[in-house]
Design a protein around this ligand. Structure first.
Ligand SMILES: Nc1nc2c(c(=O)[nH]1)N[C@H]1C(S)=C(S)[C@@H](COP(=O)(O)O)O[C@H]1N2
Ligand SMILES: [Mo]
Length: 200
């Protein structure tokens, strides 16, 4: 009965993991979406920094990243261009591990990438096991086109929030829109509420 009534409403599929307006991509298919060329980022010089609202700077190099406790999140990805990929397997370090010794009163984060991309996320959306600095995908090192050597992974928001080639996070008292958010994409981007564009 449930499947029949979904059919009458005429939307989506019966998959409860698929947000409204999305379709599934299957198997090894993993679309690449980048606003510019893929930067080549060397792990020998890679750094990830968190800068607080007072200007205090915390930095990790590649070896220090590897020394942090890693997770293997299995998560669903939802791109605003309407594809979703369910059950993807990643390796990375929870943002909780980076932020635990960072003293801040900030409520907002602006994420910066090698290559200049930015995206904004409320700080609370990066905490409590909701976001990772990911360097492995499907049992392999993350490839450059998908953001390697390391990207932000914040899968409960549309995928444009998951900054590839992540370089740092600035903690802010006032929210500041990132690259897509300043040209019409939704400031928050919850796929379950279809927050695709301004006004959604
Ligand atoms: N640095 C950077 N990160 C980015 C982007 C980008 O252009 N540059 N594109 C975003 C968008 S719009 C999407 S949908 C996802 C795509 O990730 P994928 O190429 O691994 O599928 O990366 C996001 N992160
Ligand atoms: Mo996207």
């Amino acid at each position: 009965m449930d499947i029949i009534s979904r059919g009458f409403r005429g939307r989506g599929s019966a998959d409860p993991h698929l947000p409204p307006g999305q379709y599934l991509v299957h198997g090894d298919d993993f679309p690449v979406l980048s606003a510019g060329p893929t930067p080549r980022v060397d792990t020998a010089t890679w750094q990830f920094t968190i800068t607080t609202e007072t200007g205090e700077r915390h930095a990790w190099d590649w070896a220090q990243l590897q020394d942090l406790p890693s997770d293997n999140p299995r998560v669903d990805l939802h791109c605003v261009t309407k594809w979703s990929k369910l059950g993807t397997e990643w390796e990375g370090v929870s943002l909780d591990a980076f932020l635990e010794n960072v003293e801040t009163a900030a409520d907002y984060a602006l994420v910066h990438s090698y290559g200049g991309y930015t995206t904004n996320v409320p700080l609370e959306d990066l905490l409590d096991g909701q976001a990772w600095i990911a360097y492995g995908y499907d049992g392999e090192p993350l490839t450059p086109e998908h953001g390697g050597p390391a990207r932000l992974l914040v899968p409960h928001l549309y995928l444009w929030k998951s900054a590839k080639w992540v370089r740092g996070i600035t903690l802010l008292l006032e929210d500041e829109p990132g690259f897509w958010e300043s040209v019409g994409y939704h400031n928050y981007g919850d796929p379950w509420r279809e927050q695709r564009y301004w006004g959604d």
